[in-house]
Unconditional design. Structure first.
Length: 258
């Protein structure tokens, strides 16, 4: 099933969606991002790879406004996210959805209400419109029969698929994926990755993904960025990065994880 994702207007389809310019982020004496410059075009699927602590998740956290850069600017869909006033940050933030390592579902709400709550309260959708959208998305992620269940009655893989549907229900222009299978039992990983592959294949949504699942990165990515010590040290197509990397650090990292 193909579910339409309202991600962009006609004149933004080939344009840059995300831009980091000279972004630096420090935690105490530790510089996590060091003058980072990179961009993501609308409709593209970009995967960030590299060792733990190289700054990948910090990028996603800043796009979610869970962390602020110490220096530099971040722009989303032509609007500045940082630095910006609180009102503008809230408006730009609506363009971004994220699926976390942990599912973060509301335990006291049904699956359906977990997905409809934010579209109703934040976007102002009617309950009927939000529920129709939620049911479409639950069908997309293979959980059409779980609308009335509570999260505690679902497996970890099912909960993560609900979290994916919840993120998509906000009609974001970009979907951020932060190691979305790392908290799952190994036998549940394939099902979640298959759902994400289907979303990548059947929608126009822009995806920015942090993962250690290299086969998944190879399958869905238009571009792969190799991070080390807060910088992009190599970027290219999946074929180039995985089959013929140029940087010694990239080769060393891939030899350890493949």
């Amino acid at each position: 099933m193909s579910v339409e994702v309202d991600t962009k207007t006609e004149d933004t389809k080939t344009k840059e969606l995300i831009r980091f310019e000279k972004v630096t982020k420090r935690f105490g004496d530790n510089t996590v991002l060091d003058g980072l410059d990179f961009s993501v075009d609308s409709g593209k699927h970009v995967t960030l790879i590299g060792p733990s602590g190289s700054g990948k998740t910090t990028i996603l956290r800043m796009l979610m406004t869970l962390a602020e850069p110490d220096e530099g600017t971040i722009t989303v869909a032509g609007e500045q996210l940082f630095p910006a006033g609180e009102k503008q940050i809230r408006e730009v933030r609506k363009k971004i959805g994220m699926v976390f390592q942990q599912f973060n579902l509301f335990p006291n709400m049904s699956v359906l209400r977990n997905i409809t709550e934010a579209p109703v309260t934040v976007l102002g959708l009617s309950k009927d419109e939000a529920e129709a959208r939620a049911r479409e998305l639950l069908d997309l992620v293979g959980l059409a029969d779980k609308c009335d269940e509570r999260p505690s009655r679902l497996s970890g893989g099912q909960q993560q698929r609900v979290a994916i549907a919840r993120a998509l229900a906000m009609r974001p222009q970009v979907l951020l994926l932060d190691e979305v299978t790392s908290a799952l039992d190994p036998e549940l990983v394939a099902g979640v990755l298959d759902v994400l592959r289907d979303i990548a294949r059947t929608t126009d949504i822009t995806m920015l993904c942090v993962t250690h699942e290299m086969n998944f990165a190879r399958d869905i990515s238009d571009q792969v960025l190799m991070f080390d010590s807060g910088r992009v040290i190599e970027a290219g197509s999946p074929e180039k990065i995985f089959n013929d990397p140029e940087h010694d650090r990239t080769r060393e990292f891939l030899s350890a994880v493949l």
